[in-house]
Design a protein around this ligand. Structure first.
Ligand SMILES: Cc1cc2nc3c(=O)[nH]c(=O)nc-3n(C[C@H](O)[C@H](O)[C@H](O)COP(=O)(O)OP(=O)(O)OC[C@H]3O[C@@H](n4cnc5c(N)ncnc54)[C@H](O)[C@@H]3O)c2cc1C
Length: 376
C-alpha cells in the first residue's frame, strides 16, 4: 500500500492548510464564543470549491477523490471544528440526495446554488425517539393524488436555523421502508424550533425542525418510495471517513499546540518536554495520530477504488474519534491550568472532539456493526 500523495492531493492539502492558518484559526475562538453561523468563512470555503469537491465537473463540482476530500476536511477541522462540521454537512449529506435524484428545478435553484455557498442544505433524519434506531422514524408522508403531505418532528438538525432546504428521511403510508424528500424551508408548515445549546461545535447551529401538513409535489420525492435506507447506505462509508477526518483534524490541532507548549514552558529549570513523563505522552499521541491518519487514508483509498470498505470506514471512524478525544484530553494536561483556560484553545478542542464520538454512528453502534462484518 503506497500512501504517497499525488500532486493534486498535495495541492488540495496545501490550499486548505493555508486557508485554515490564515483565515479560520484567527476567528475560531470568536465564532465558538459567539455561537453564530460563520457565514463569511462558509462563503470563503465555497469559493475554494470545497462544496463541489465530491461532485463531477458536469454539475459544477471538481470530481476529486475521497483522499483529497479527507485531507481538506482535516485541515478545516484543524482550524475550526464548528466550521468543518457546517461545511461537511453542506458538501455531503446536505446536498448528496439532490445530486443523485434532483430534477432540473432542484438542480438549478438549490444544488448549483449550494455548491456556490449561496444556499444552505441540511439533513433531517434523527427524531426525539429515533437516533441510532432510524427504523423507528415516525415522520410520515401521506400519499395524495398530487404528491404527499408531510408531518413529523426532527431534531439535532445541523444548520437548520439557516437552512434554505432540507433532505428529510420519512415513512410513507404505502411502504414499510423509509423514503427521502426534498423540502424547501420556506414551504408552509415547516417550522424551525429552538436551538440546541451544545457543549462543542457551537458555531455549527443545531435545531429541531417540525413539519406540519407540509404539501409536497411528487417531484420532491428523491429516488423511489421505500429506497431511502438503501440510498443512505450509498454514502455511509463516506460519512464515516469524513467524520474520521474531522476527528483527526481537531486532534492534530491539540497535539500541535501542546507540542509547541512543551518546548517552551520551563519548570524545574528545563522545558517540560525534557521530562520523560511528558515525552511518553507525546510518543503515545504521535503513534495514535499516525495510525489514525494512515488508516483513514487506507479506507479512503478503498472507497476511491470502489473496493469493499464498510468495515474499514467504521474502523477508521471508531478509532479516529476515540483517539481524538484521548489526544485532546492528554494535550490539555500538558498545558495543565492553561489547558483549562478559555484563552487557550485546548478546552475548545476537547469539547469539539466529543462530537465525533456521536456523528456518523456512536462507538457502540460501530462496534456492533464491525462485529457483524466479522460474521458474528
Ligand atoms: C452536534 C450534532 C449534530 C448532529 N447533526 C445531525 C443532523 O444534521 N441530522 C440528523 O439527522 N442528526 C444529527 N445528529 C444526531 C445524531 O446522528 C444522533 O445523535 C446519533 O444518531 C445518536 O442518536 P441519539 O443521540 O438519539 O442516541 P441513542 O441512539 O439514543 O443512543 C444512546 C446510547 O445508547 C447506545 N445504543 C443505542 N442503541 C444501541 C444498541 N443497539 N446497542 C448498544 N448500544 C446502543 C448508543 O451507543 C448511545 O451510547 C447530530 C448530533 C450531534 C451531537
Amino acid at each position: 500500500m503506497d500512501f504517497r500523495l499525488n500532486e493534486i492531493q498535495k495541492d488540495v492539502q496545501q490550499t486548505f492548510r493555508e486557508f485554515a492558518e490564515k483565515r479560520i484559526k484567527p476567528q475560531a475562538a470568536t465564532i465558538d464564543e459567539q455561537k453564530k453561523f460563520p457565514l463569511e468563512l462558509f462563503k470563503e470555503t465555497a469559493e475554494l470549491g470545497f462544496f463541489g469537491m465530491r461532485y463531477p465537473e458536469s454539475v459544477g463540482g471538481s470530481g476529486l477523490d475521497i483522499v483529497s476530500y479527507s485531507l481538506a476536511v482535516i485541515e478545516i477541522a484543524k482550524g475550526s471544528m464548528s466550521l468543518a462540521a457546517t461545511c461537511t454537512m453542506q458538501s455531503l449529506m446536505g446536498t448528496y440526495f439532490l445530486y443523485r435524484f434532483g430534477n432540473e428545478e432542484i438542480y438549478e435553484n438549490y444544488f448549483a446554488e449550494a455548491l456556490k455557498g449561496n444556499k444552505i442544505g441540511a439533513i433531517c433524519m434523527t427524531e426525539p425517539n429515533a437516533g441510532s434506531d432510524l427504523m423507528n422514524i415516525k415522520t410520515l408522508a401521506t400519499v395524495t393524488k398530487d404528491g404527499f403531505i408531510l408531518n413529523g418532528q426532527k431534531t439535532w438538525v445541523t444548520s437548520a436555523p439557516v437552512a434554505d432546504f432540507f433532505t428529510v428521511l420519512s415513512r410513507t403510508d404505502n411502504h414499510e421502508q423509509l423514503s427521502i424528500f426534498f423540502v424547501p424551508s420556506d414551504l408552509k408548515g415547516v417550522l424551525v424550533g429552538k436551538s440546541i445549546e451544545k457543549m462543542g461545535v457551537r458555531a455549527s447551529l443545531t435545531s429541531e425542525v417540525s413539519f406540519n401538513d407540509v404539501v409536497l409535489p411528487k417531484k420532491y420525492l428523491l429516488g423511489n418510495i421505500g429506497e431511502g435506507t438503501k440510498c443512505l447506505k450509498e454514502i455511509l462509508a463516506e460519512i464515516r471517513i469524513m467524520t474520521a477526518a474531522l476527528a483527526i483534524g481537531v486532534a492534530e490541532a491539540a497535539y500541535n499546540d501542546a507540542l509547541e507548549y512543551a518546548k517552551t514552558r520551563v519548570q524545574f529549570g528545563k522545558s517540560i518536554g525534557k521530562f520523560q513523563a511528558v515525552q511518553l505522552k507525546f510518543a503515545d499521541m504521535a503513534v495514535q495520530l499516525e495510525m489514525a491518519k494512515n488508516y483513514l487514508l487506507y479506507a479512503a483509498y478503498l472507497s476511491d477504488n470502489n473496493l469493499p470498505r464498510q468495515k474499514e470506514s467504521m474502523i477508521a471512524k471508531l478509532y479516529s474519534s476515540e483517539i481524538s478525544v484521548n489526544i485532546c484530553d492528554e494535550a490539555s494536561r500538558v498545558l495543565a491550568s492553561y489547558g483549562y483556560a478559555v484563552e487557550y484553545n485546548l478546552e475548545r478542542y476537547l469539547r469539539d472532539s466529543r462530537f465525533t464520538l456521536i456523528g456518523g454512528g456512536t462507538s457502540e453502534i460501530l462496534k456492533i456493526n464491525i462485529a457483524k462484518e466479522l460474521g458474528l
